[in-house]
Design a protein around this ligand. Structure first.
Ligand code: HEM
Length: 390
């Protein structure tokens, strides 16, 4: 199929997955992952949504040892992300309850207090280590009910486990082991005192329905940290950088902070922190965008390219915080759509509202080219430093 409008990345800064094309690409294209496996990459918005909702593309098949993969580590076949309907729906329904709108909204005050405290009496800060990281860490600690006194240790472990603080693979592995052991005590704590946090709600869901066993609960806790921590850090960093590079847009938010909720959607579209979906595997032969995907072949959706599909967003390369529509696949779509989307959106909104309020004269203190970035091959993107002053 002819290359049309799916050229995603002219405005995207920083290293990018090497197999993700930066130039105009066909709607459905073959790419070779670092594993040596060839997979299909879907680059259009509507086709991407189709793949993410179509039961002919399976997540369960994609975690099998023999399936084509983008990296050597296989996901746990029992994890929420690895299940197909109907098993997925059963677990997801329970977890959704813990992430219901009112439960997420109840986090706003504490997220705001943290954000405000981090900016108070400051004239400069590193927006990654001094803002996005502690904000995301405090939020995930609230979600999991980590007691105040243990939060520093928890953050230290989480940063190592996810390579956010540079460390050797052995140190990272040992942090992951320590965290897993810690999760057992967190679940235990939540059983005795479910408190007001989301893990407490999950435990209650288990006790009321007998539907979540201990192993599922522990796997979910691990997944929440894996899926929710570095993504939020990266997303706050990318959104802030996009605004720092578009000072007129920043000034517009300072002048009209009521635009921030809409601007959050605009920024999520423009600078998605996770550029690709998880892999799916075709259950049988499928025609897609003029290509024939054979049963057993792997399919990825480029969330990044989909967000820049001109059929959905006119002038996709333009960042306009006042735009009234921002259609994006940044949180995926369909059954596996991001469980934490509402919570992530809330964090991004509050982070920006507090930044606009405390630091209207915000600017980078180094040229953008001097910023450091997460490695190109990392699936979660984002700057690792963002020194600013005001
Ligand atoms: C800006 C931050 C975030 C982004 C961009 C993001 C993105 C995504 C995407 C794209 C998916 C679906 C992948 C696919 O179907 O292939 C996903 C799934 C998921 N996300 Fe997020 N996420 C973010 C934050 C969070 C947070 C804060 C949490 C929880 C605390 C979370 C928990 C999850 C879970 C549990 C899933 C799997 C859902 C399922 O399989 O049913 N995410 N996320």
């Amino acid at each position: 199929m002819a290359a049309r409008t799916a050229h995603a990345t002219a405005t995207q800064r920083g290293p990018m997955l090497p197999y993700l094309p930066r130039h105009p690409v066909p709607d459905v294209v073959r790419v070779r992952a670092p594993t040596g496996d060839d997979l299909w990459l879907v680059t259009r918005f509507e086709l991407g949504r189709q793949v993410l909702t179509d039961s002919r593309f399976s997540r369960a098949m994609a975690v099998a040892e023999s399936a084509p993969a983008i990296h050597p580590l296989r996901a746990d076949p029992a994890a929420l992300t690895s299940l197909d309907p109907p098993a997925h729906g059963r677990l997801r329904k329970l977890v959704n309850r813990a992430f219901a709108p009112h439960a997420v909204a109840a986090q706003e005050d504490s997220i705001r207090r943290t954000a405000r405290g981090l900016l108070k009496d400051r004239r400069g800060i590193d927006l990654v280590s001094g803002y996005a990281m502690p904000l995301s860490s405090a939020t995930i600690c609230e979600v999991l009910g980590v007691p105040e006194a243990e939060r520093d240790r928890f953050s230290h472990l989480a940063d190592r486990a996810h390579g956010i603080t540079p460390c050797s693979p052995e140190e990272s592995e040992s942090a992951r082991d320590e965290l897993r052991a810690y999760f057992v005590s967190l679940v235990d704590l939540a059983r005795h005192d479910p408190g007001g946090h989301l893990l407490g709600r999950l435990v209650l869901a288990e006790e009321q329905d007998g539907a979540l066993d201990e192993r599922e609960l522990l796997a979910l806790v691990e997944l929440l940290l894996n899926a929710g921590y570095e993504t939020t850090i990266g997303q706050i960093g990318l959104a802030a950088l996009a605004l720092l590079e578009h000072p007129r847009q920043w000034r517009e938010l300072v002048r009209r902070p009521e635009l921030i909720p809409g601007a959050v959607e605009v920024l999520l579209r423009y600078a998605p922190v996770v550029p690709i979906s998880f892999t799916r595997v075709a259950v049988r032969d499928v025609e897609l965008g003029g290509e024939r995907i054979a049963a057993g072949e792997g399919v990825l959706v480029s969330l990044l390219h989909a967000n820049f599909d001109a059929a959905e967003n006119p002038d996709p390369e333009v960042l306009d915080v006042g735009a009234d529509v921002a259609r994006h696949l940044t949180f995926g779509h369909g059954p596996h759509v991001c469980l934490g989307a509402r919570l992530a959106g809330l964090q991004l909104r509050v982070a920006l509202e507090e930044l606009v309020r405390a630091a209207p004269e915000l600017s980078l203190t180094v040229p953008p080219a001097a910023l450091r970035w997460r490695p190109a091959e990392a699936v979660v993107r984002g700057p690792t430093t963002l020194p600013v002053s005001w």
